[in-house]
Structures are given as structure tokens and as C-alpha cells.
Design a protein around this ligand. Structure first.
Ligand code: NAP
Length: 439
């Protein structure tokens, strides 16, 4: 018997789930992978840093899945808007939300709405050409930027803000961002963390990159570092990251002299408000100490003068009408991926914005195991569903302009042709151009 699966979201979680379905059911499954955008691969395209092309190579694996006969890409369709979740449930045995966590977690601080304050979803989306954020137009004419958070996204943003044009060679940073960064006058990028070196979420490879930037150099205040012997209790990855912080603290002033940009780590500093008239001018922070792993305010505050703020403090998923949502956690309410009978979540939509791209693979295989269990136990009913034939009829009736994977290959080809010399592609940054490019 053929099983019909709808996966909503074509990023890593979506394609690993499709791959798992193929492995589980072989020719006995038909999978439709939906995406709001006319282009696939989610965070691989619009989240992974443009200068980390080797990470983007994983999309070739998703392409193998996407090009197989029993999986198809259904782009330019928004579930919950063009087609309801109930309609999908009527057509497919299971609906899996692999919609990621595309919204910024708010800082929840006074002044957050000042001009030139952005969340990382918006800012990363801007330099990666996400149609929703391509028009962001951040003002990089000031001298000082603050990046809030001590995770890998904060590192991405600090690094991108600090690179020279030459260092973007071979990247797929979009032209509008490259032009803005070329004109940038920033001389200080301060990474503000509310806890200390032992609590950073930055991974060693990514942190180590800061040592090799052409015009920027990192700075850590030696006084913020615990005694070296205290690192012994850390797991090896974190110990290595803290080792990098120690190297940054040891960089002699003579080596800094010829670098135009400083990436300054301001740890034990919790933002309390953003200050400015119209546009942001300062970030007021409270000095903290870490007690039992938690940041505790000391009452001492100071203001970091600033022209641009990017908060890299985590993400939230998008609620979809009719699907239970855990507002506090910012993800679908689920038990090991099960939301309701026939409705599942996977990846960041299931567990929140943590882990690497590879973490989504076991997640995808896990949710397919649960669907298989539920099909076997009769929990999903015994009705025969129409799957893609039913969807196609509905799409025709609504005149949905579906973008197929074959269309995407044409868009991809046009992006490759428009690329700067040495770059893999110049992305289309608006939906109309993407649709036009498929011919
Ligand atoms: P993250 O790793 O969870 O880091 C978030 C940071 O924001 C933490 O330092 C956290 O501090 C801080 N924070 C949270 N709320 C805050 C608040 N209200 N005020 C001040 N600071 C706050 O998240 P992420 O950097 O967004 O990354 C998301 C996931 O993607 C991670 O798993 C990351 O490793 C992954 N990623 C990987 C790569 C890569 O491998 N190259 C690149 C980008 C992203 P506390 O710890 O004190 O809460």
C-alpha cells in the first residue's frame, strides 16, 4: 500500500525526513515537500553564512532525494494560507512540519524598536538574500556595532561585519550586502554575552576563524578568564573554544596596530535597555557574575556607545492556524515529534533552534519511525488518502502557481550565470525574479 506524506519545509529537517521515508518504505511512499519560497533548502540557502560554502555542499545530498521519483518539491505554496492544514490532512496519511524557526526571539528590552536594531533572522536574511529581508538596508556608516549573544550566529554576524571584500571571494553573499559592507565604516564589533567564557555556545572551528581575518582582530579581557586549570572540567569542544578565547586575550598590542577592526568580547554583561532618539545610540548593560551557571546582576551598569545592534539570541517557529503551539518555547507543542494524530514536527520546529545541520538527520529518521508505528497501530485511521493526485486537483482549482524542482534547477542555472567571478551564484532576492527565471 502506498503511503502519502506531506512535509512542510524544504530545509535540512524536511529533506532528511524525506530521505528517511524513502529508506523506510522504498517505492511504497510518495512524499511532497512544500515550501513557501519558490526555492528549496531553507537555512542552507538563507541561514548558513555565505562564506561557509563547504557547509552548503550538503544540499547535494538533499538534491539526490529531491530528484528521486517518489519525492517532489512543491514550491511557492504556503500551508495555512494557500492550502489549510485540514485539507492537507485529508489528502496525506501524515503531515510533518519541518518549518524551522524563522522568527527572532525578542530581546524584550526598552528601546528594542529603535532604528538600526535588528534580530539575527532579519540581519542574516539580509546578507543571504532572503526575499523577506532583502530590503532591510542596515546603516553601516557608524563606527561601532554590538552583537548580542555568544553563539555561532553571533560569530557569523561579527565575522561578516568584519571581513574585507577580498575575503568574500568564492562566497555567495548577495551583491546588495557586499556593496554595503564594502562601504562600512565600522571599527569595533562588540560581542556582548551575559555569562562568561565557560558558558559560550560558540564552537571551536568557528571561533578559531576570528584569528585569521585580514583586517580584524579579536580581543578578550584577560581578567574575564577563569584560572586555566578550571578548564579541565569542560567537555573537549568547549575546552577548545575557551582555549581560543585565551589566545585572543594573549594577542600583543603590536599585532593589533595594523588591524582596522576590533572584535571585542564583552562578557558578564547583560543588556538592560537600548538608548537613542529615533536611531540606536547605546546599549546599557548590567555587569553580571555567574552563580551555579546563571547570570546574576551585580547592579553595576554602563553604556556601550553604538550605531548598529544585531541581537543573535535565538529563534522561534511560526505558529500555523489549527496546530497546537507552545508559546513559551516558541515551537510546536509535541511529544517526541507527535503533535496530534497525523500531525508531526521535526527539526527546529520540534525541538527549538539548537544543534548542527547534521542533528536534523536522526530527527528525520526518528519522526518517520513514529509515523510508521502510528500507521501500524491504526492511530492514523484506515481511510485511503489521495496524496499528490488530490493535491494537484486542489492546486488546479485554486490556480496555485507551483514551482517544481525542475523549475528550481532553471532558477539555479540563472543564478549561477549571474554570479560574480569566482562566486557560485548571485541569488535572486525577490520572489517575482525567481518565478521569472524559471521561464
Ligand atoms: P545559541 O547557540 O543558543 O546562542 C544564543 C546566545 O544568545 C547564547 O549566548 C545566549 O546566552 C544568548 N542569549 C539568549 N537570550 C538572551 C538574552 N535575552 N539576552 C542576552 N543574551 C541572550 O543560538 P544561535 O547562535 O542562534 O545558534 C542557533 C543554532 O544554530 C546553534 O545550535 C548553533 O550552533 C547553530 N549554528 C551553527 C553554525 C555553524 O556550525 N557554523 C552557525 C550558525 C548557527 P545564554 O547561554 O546565557 O542563554
Amino acid at each position: 500500500m502506498t503511503r502519502h506524506l506531506a512535509i512542510v519545509g524544504s530545509g535540512p529537517a524536511g529533506y532528511y525526513t524525506a530521505e528517511a521515508a524513502q529508506k523506510k518504505w522504498g517505492d511504497d511512499v510518495r512524499v511532497d515537500v512544500f515550501d513557501t519560497l519558490p526555492v528549496p533548502f531553507g537555512l542552507i540557502r538563507t541561514g548558513v553564512a555565505p562564506d561557509h560554502q563547504s557547509i552548503k555542499g550538503v544540499s547535494r545530498r538533499y538534491e539526490t532525494t529531491a530528484l528521486s521519483d517518489n519525492v517532489r518539491f512543491v514550491g511557492n505554496v504556503t500551508i495555512g494560507q494557500d492550502v489549510t492544514v485540514e485539507e492537507l490532512q485529508g489528502l496525506y496519511d501524515a503531515v510533518v512540519f519541518a518549518t524551522g524557526a524563522p522568527h527572532d526571539k525578542p530581546l524584550g528590552l526598552p528601546g528594542e524598536d529603535l532604528a538600526n536594531v535588528f534580530g539575527s533572522a532579519a540581519f542574516v536574511g539580509w546578507y543571504n538574500g532572503h526575499p523577506q529581508f532583502a530590503q532591510l538596508d542596515p546603516d553601516l556608516s557608524g563606527k561601532s556595532a554590538v552583537v548580542i549573544g555568544m553563539g555561532n550566529v553571533a560569530l557569523d554576524v561579527a565575522r561578516i561585519l568584519s571581513k574585507t571584500e577580498d575575503e568574500f571571494a568564492g562566497s555567495d553573499i548577495v551583491n546588495h550586502a557586499l556593496e554595503a559592507l564594502k562601504a562600512s565604516r565600522l571599527t569595533t564589533v562588540t560581542i556582548v554575552g551575559r555569562r562568561g567564557p565557560h558558558q559560550i555556545m560558540m564552537t571551536p572551528k568557528e571561533l578559531g576563524e576570528l584569528m585569521h581575518l585580514l583586517r580584524a582582530t579579536p580581543r578578550v579581557d584577560p581578567a574575564d578568564l577563569p584560572a586555566p586549570e578550571d578548564d579541565a572540567i569542560l567537555e573537549p569542544g568547549l575546552r577548545k573554544s575557551v582555549g581560543h578565547l585565551r589566545s585572543f586575550a594573549a594577542i600583543p598590542e603590536s599585532e593589533r596596530a595594523d588591524k582596522a577592526v576590533e572584535i571585542d568580547f564583552d562578557m558578564f554583561a547583560s543588556p538592560v535597555r537600548l538608548i537613542g532618539t529615533g536611531k540606536v545610540e547605546g546599549v546599557e548593560v548590567e555587569r553580571t557574575r555567574v552563580e551555579a551557571g546563571r547570570a546574576v546582576g551585580t547592579g553595576e551598569t554602563y553604556v556601550i556607545p553604538v550605531d548598529l545592534v544585531v541581537a543573535c539570541i535565538g529563534y522561534r517557529s511560526s505558529p500555523i492556524p489549527g496546530v497546537p503551539f507552545d508559546e513559551r518555547a516558541g515551537k510546536f507543542a509535541n511529544d517526541e515529534g507527535r503533535i496530534l494524530p497525523g500531525l508531526y514536527a521535526v527539526g527546529w520546529a520540534r525541538r527549538g533552534p539548537t544543534g548542527t545541520i547534521g542533528t536534523n538527520r536522526p530527527d528525520g529518521f526518528g519522526v518517520i519511525d513514529r509515523i510508521a508505528e502510528d500507521l501500524a497501530s491504526g492511530a492514523l485511521g484506515t481511510v485511503t488518502r489521495q496524496g499528490r493526485a488530490g493535491f494537484d486537483a486542489l492546486a488546479e482549482e485554486r490556480q496555485l502557481d507551483i514551482v517544481t524542482f525542475r523549475d528550481w534547477k532553471k532558477i539555479e542555472e540563472a543564478e549561477a550565470q549571474a554570479a560574480r567571478e569566482g562566486a557560485p551564484r548571485e541569488k535572486f532576492v525577490d520572489i517575482a525574479s525567481m518565478i521569472r527565471a524559471r521561464g
